[in-house]
Design a protein around this ligand. Structure first.
Ligand SMILES: NC(=O)c1ccc[n+]([C@@H]2O[C@H](COP(=O)([O-])OP(=O)(O)OC[C@H]3O[C@@H](n4cnc5c(N)ncnc54)[C@H](O)[C@@H]3O)[C@@H](O)[C@H]2O)c1
Ligand SMILES: [Zn+2]
Ligand SMILES: [Zn+2]
Length: 370
């Protein structure tokens, strides 16, 4: 098999992607060939485009996707042709030091192969038209008509959930909702602050509501994002370009500080204010990131008094457990996904889609494949 398909290829940071014909290699025994039907534009892809997150090139980005299984390798388990799947970017080996300690996100094979932008076994499944290797971001590379993943990355979801909404579960929604629901940080009645109300933060707001938070303070620098957060369960909105989130958090808790802060903005200012808003002994969850070679400074006193500070990737996801749960929550009207989609675009519109994300105009642009 040598399948040709169209994909958006990034040849160099800070340059536009080009939509070109590329090829897939033969399926290996545990591989799954997925026809991508929808893929979301996440801030992490933008960081690769801008060069603050460095990966080998040429590369196909895209790690928040849903599609239909077209073909499976002879040894692939748990998935069959025709299944509707949401793709997971956290394959893990199941038997290393970290897998044995219930931390698949730290799996040694996952962390070892991830920066190479290849498939989980260390080899890329994609090629440029001239035969040169093509890297795949986060074991996926979903900004193309097809994608080959390992069987454990193809998570079957109910066919009733439309692909454009299902794809959001694969990164932003899992990350934000998982941070609120999977870490056990939020107790019933807690006051929770979510800083940054993009797709990740809005999912965190909804997760906090589902976890039983008593009050949810949404913080952003864009009033439109705050309005959406209110629709999704925030009880108070703070515009950080005008007002101090820490003061707002203290004001809402009799001066104590909030019980849980979830940071989902990915800016130094947001990181800095996050422990200032937290009460002694509270939980601070960082989801965002800045350029990994940059420093972020903190007032030391803001970190003291038994604060529990954790940087979390993928919301402690267990995709086979969580993706169907989140899909069902959507279908039962308990999780708002429609509102996260600002634009539906074609693959050819991908560069403008990322420009809009950078300008802060969109929550999610979702590429719809025919
Ligand atoms: N931990 C993970 O596994 C994971 C997964 C996906 C994304 N991320 C990261 O999470 C962050 C959010 O991702 P996203 O896709 O929702 O991005 P996004 O750009 O859609 O949303 C970020 C939001 O933060 C707001 N913001 C910016 N500066 C702010 C400030 N100082 N105070 C308050 N709000 C501010 C923006 O207005 C925007 O609404 C990014 O840093 C991204 O890299 C992490
Ligand atoms: Zn492992
Ligand atoms: Zn993402």
């Amino acid at each position: 098999m040598s399948l040709s398909y169209r994909a958006a290829v990034l040849h160099a940071a800070q340059a536009p992607m080009s939509v070109e014909t590329v090829m897939l290699t033969e399926l290996k025994p545990t591989d799954v060939l997925v026809r991508i039907r929808a893929a979301g534009l996440c801030h992490t892809d933008l960081e690769v485009i801008e060069g603050s997150l460095r990966y080998p090139m040429p590369i196909v980005l895209g790690h928040e996707a849903a599609g239909i299984v077209e073909q499976v390798g002879a040894a692939a388990r748990g998935v069959k042709a025709g299944d509707h799947v949401v793709l997971s970017w956290n394959p893990h080996c199941g038997h290393c030091f970290y897998c044995d300690r219930d931390a698949p996100i730290l799996c040694e094979q996952y962390l070892g192969e991830g920066p190479k932008a290849v498939a989980f076994d260390g080899e890329s499944r994609a090629r440029l038209a001239d035969g040169r290797p093509l890297q795949q971001l986060m074991f996926l590379g979903a900004f193309g008509e097809y994608c080959v993943v390992s069987d454990q990355q193809a998570i079957v979801v109910p066919k009733e959930i439309p692909f454009d909404r299902a794809c959001l579960i694969g990164c932003g929604v899992m990350t934000g909702a998982g941070a609120a629901l999977n870490l056990g940080a939020i107790a019933h009645g807690d006051t929770v602050m979510v800083i940054g109300c993009g797709a990740v933060g809005l999912a965190a707001v909804q997760g906090a509501r589902r976890a039983g938070a008593g009050a949810i303070i949404a913080v952003d620098i864009d009033p439109a994002k705050l309005a959406l957060a209110a629709k999704m369960g925030a009880t108070l909105g703070v515009d950080a370009s005008r007002d101090d989130p820490a003061a707002a958090g203290k004001g809402a808790t009799g001066g104590r500080g909030v019980d849980v802060v979830i940071e989902a903005a990915g800016s130094a200012a947001a990181f800095r204010v996050s422990p200032e808003a937290l009460r002694p002994g509270g939980h601070l969850i960082w989801l965002g990131k800045v350029d990994v070679s940059k420093d972020v400074t903190f007032r030391w006193g803001s970190l003291m008094q038994e604060k529990r500070i954790r940087r979390v990737s993928y919301g402690n996801a267990r995709p086979r457990r969580d993706f169907p749960l989140l899909a069902r929550a959507y279908l039962e009207g308990k999780l708002m996904l429609d509102e996260l989609i600002s634009r539906r675009i074609k693959l050819d519109g991908i560069n403008e889609g990322f420009a809009a994300l950078k300008r802060g105009e969109t929550i999610r642009s979702v590429i719809i494949f025919d």
